[in-house]
Design a protein around this ligand. Structure first.
Ligand SMILES: [Zn+2]
Length: 254
């Protein structure tokens, strides 16, 4: 699943507040760090801020996104980065890994390990209920996550994919969001039409535009009330809890 085109046409000026993420990321950077490679830096909200204190390079595949990056920058895909082995004290990856398909993900993890001299700092959505964000393209019927998220993360998962590293710090933060039970989601997706899956209180009106990653069809997904969807959502509220949206982990080479 590729959505390269989407990130070029994306209105990066919409994405303008990462102050909480930046604050927490900055607070976790160890004191012996001088240089940072920010892999998947997007429009540089975090990169530009960290650039005031550190030698930093922002790396992103999207030319449109990099226009806003004021530090040193590099246009490259995160799974093939033209930087030397162990060339940066800390490799940062913020809200990137959840977007990658499996082959790209595996290669990207190898690249983070290769470039990092000592630390890797990663932020991702925390144990995200992917089923909650599913939408369906009306043209080709592909079912996909509305933010193109493809993977769910926990601290144990990071320990398993970074065996050469010690997990020295983990933090969850951000808005508390409700978990969605997988069985209830399965029933909802089976019994009800896709335009009833995401109620208006899960996604604002201006967040309901998307481009299908398979057929590139651009469409809105306005919400239609459906009593079965509503009852299933109510049932879900009774049996699940809320958890913070973000997870951040700091790894140090063994
Ligand atoms: Zn489609």
């Amino acid at each position: 699943m590729d959505n390269e085109k989407y990130y070029e046409v994306y209105d990066w000026s919409n994405f303008k507040d990462a102050s909480e993420n930046t604050k927490i990321i900055a607070s976790l950077i160890p004191s012996d760090v001088v240089s940072i490679a920010d892999v998947g830096c997007g429009n540089g909200l975090i990169t530009n801020e960290l650039g005031k204190k550190y030698t930093i390079v922002g790396i992103d595949r999207s030319e449109a996104a990099l226009k806003n990056v004021t530090t040193e920058k590099l246009q490259a895909s995160c799974d093939d980065i033209p930087l030397k082995d162990q060339s940066y004290d800390l490799v940062l990856s913020s809200e990137l890994l959840e977007h990658l398909d499996s082959p790209t993900f595996d290669k990207t993890i190898l690249e983070l390990k290769r470039i990092s001299k000592k630390y890797i700092l990663i932020s991702v959505p925390f144990d995200e209920s992917l089923n909650k964000g599913m939408i369906q393209c009306p043209k080709c019927e592909l079912i996909y996550h509305r933010c193109y998220h493809q993977r769910r993360f926990s601290t144990a998962y990071f320990e398993s994919i970074f065996p050469e590293y010690n997990l020295i710090e983990t933090k969850t933060f951000g808005l508390n969001v409700r978990v969605y039970n997988d069985t209830i989601a399965k029933i909802k997706h089976k019994l009800t039409p896709s335009n009833t899956w995401i109620p208006y209180y899960w996604a604002k009106r201006n967040e309901r535009k998307t481009m299908c990653p398979k057929c590139e069809n651009e469409f809105d997904y306005p919400f239609k009330f459906n009593p079965i969807s509503f009852l299933l959502d109510c049932l879900n509220v009774v049996i699940t809890k809320k958890i913070p949206f973000h997870l951040i982990v700091l790894l140090e080479k063994k």
